[in-house]
Design a protein around this ligand. Structure first.
Ligand SMILES: *Cc1c(COP(=O)(O)O)cnc(C)c1O
Length: 395
């Protein structure tokens, strides 16, 4: 048995996406910038994909720039707003403590360039408080960037409300929607979004391709110098087959969204109920305002890494913290931001289940996690200290 429960890290390409990719590779492999008809086939495939993607999020095709993925889109959105702000003497940016590193590290870099960064905290359920965003906006604020849904604890942010505040205050609003796109409904106009990042491999498209939505009037800076592709906003020959596959994947994900979300939510909630029965455990994030496929728990007295290895032995692919922080000994910045103690944050488990999960697999996950946690606690010195009263339980 192999249960892939790490869809927040990446997803398997759908048959539809593979087919769309192969069609371009076989039939429209020309350079979309070439003038002869074979190049024009590729240009048509590219523009068709742009139209499809724009329609999926309520945008105009001219507002979509293709990138190499979510990280590049995040970088470009933030750098563009910073460059524009700098010209007007506005060097203050507001974001949150729970963003993806593609956002946080870009902001760190801007700090060295003299930008002031306000990182807002979150409720203990992992939700950003809109009134705090409003209170943080100043005369020199050039950007607010708040993710749509969190990649670790799955919390869905009040994006529409935050976007509305930014509109009223005349400040640009960017959202990293990499975990949201294809999973929950998004409409850039209704949600008051100026810029949005998405990545194909998080919704059953290929890796290495994504897009940045930038509304009319938003000035984008190209991060890459070269040709005039993407209306001068992103040089380099477009990844046409990847882009076509991304469009097909997003369209399909949105078509099946309601059905998938219902299925996932019911499996998710069953896993949450099951894992809650493990003593000294706690759900991370909000029980309701969370992505349909996200489960994230802390178990006191164990190490997340050993938990993952033993779950792997039982055919379960999961994650502890995010893929980018695993391998380092720092606990997840997201878990710390929701107030988890260092020790507790080390014992975290993220299960991001897929649409094809069966009832039997849900049972296997619940049973395996319970058994592995209690097995690991059996020889954990921390657990011994907790049970002997030498240390106090937090959870
Ligand atoms: C995966 C992810 C990214 C990075 O996307 P890539 O396409 O892998 O560069 C950015 N933000 C969030 C929230 C993500 O989950």
């Amino acid at each position: 048995m192999m249960i892939y429960a790490d869809n927040a890290a990446t997803t398997k390409m759908s048959e539809t996406a593979i087919k769309a990719m192969m069609t371009v590779i076989n039939e429209s492999w020309g350079n979309p910038s070439s003038l002869y008809s074979h190049g024009q086939n590729a240009a048509e495939a590219l523009e068709k994909a742009r139209k499809t993607i724009a329609a999926q999020i309520g945008a105009d095709p001219r507002e979509i720039v293709f990138t190499s993925g979510g990280s590049e889109a995040d970088n470009q959105a933030i750098i563009s707003a910073a460059e524009a702000g700098k010209k007007n003497g506005k060097k203050h940016i507001i974001s949150t403590a729970i963003e993806h590193h593609a956002v946080l590290h870009t902001l760190e870099k801007l700090k060295k360039d003299g930008f002031e960064i306000t990182l807002l905290g979150v409720h203990e359920n992992g939700i950003v408080i809109p009134s705090e965003v409003e209170a943080a906006i100043r005369g020199d604020t050039c950007l607010v960037t708040v993710m749509y849904a969190n990649n670790e604890i799955g919390t869905i942010q009040p994006v529409r409300e935050i976007g509305g505040i930014c509109r009223r205050k005349n400040v640009l609003f960017h959202t990293d929607a990499v975990q949201a796109a294809g999973h929950i409904p998004i409409n850039v106009k209704d949600d008051n979004i100026d810029m949005l990042s998405a990545s194909a491999h998080k919704f059953h498209g290929p890796k290495g391709v994504g897009f940045l939505y930038a509304g009319k009037g938003v000035r984008l800076t190209s991060l890459i110098e070269g040709g005039a592709q993407e209306r001068g906003k992103r040089a380099g020959t477009e990844n046409v087959s990847g882009i076509a596959a991304m469009a097909a994947a997003l369209e399909e994900a949105n078509e099946k969204m309601a059905e998938n979300a219902a299925r996932l939510t019911s499996a998710r909630d069953r896993i949450i109920e099951g894992l809650k029965k493990i003593p000294h455990s706690a759900l991370n994030g909000d029980p309701v305002r969370r992505l349909p496929g996200n489960v994230n728990f802390c178990f006191e007295g164990i190490e997340g890494e050993s938990l993952l290895l033993l779950l792997d032995d039982r055919g379960i692919c999961a994650s502890s913290g995010s893929a980018c922080t695993s391998g380092s000994l720092d606990p997840s910045h997201v878990l710390l931001a929701i107030g988890r103690a260092h020790d507790v944050a080390h014992g975290s488990l993220r299960l991001s289940i897929g649409e094809d999960i069966t009832d039997g697999e849900v049972d296997h996950i619940i049973r395996s996690v319970g058994e592995v946690v209690s097995y690991l606690r059996g020889f954990s010195p921390v657990w011994r200290d907790l049970t002997s009263g030498k240390k106090e339980f937090i959870l």
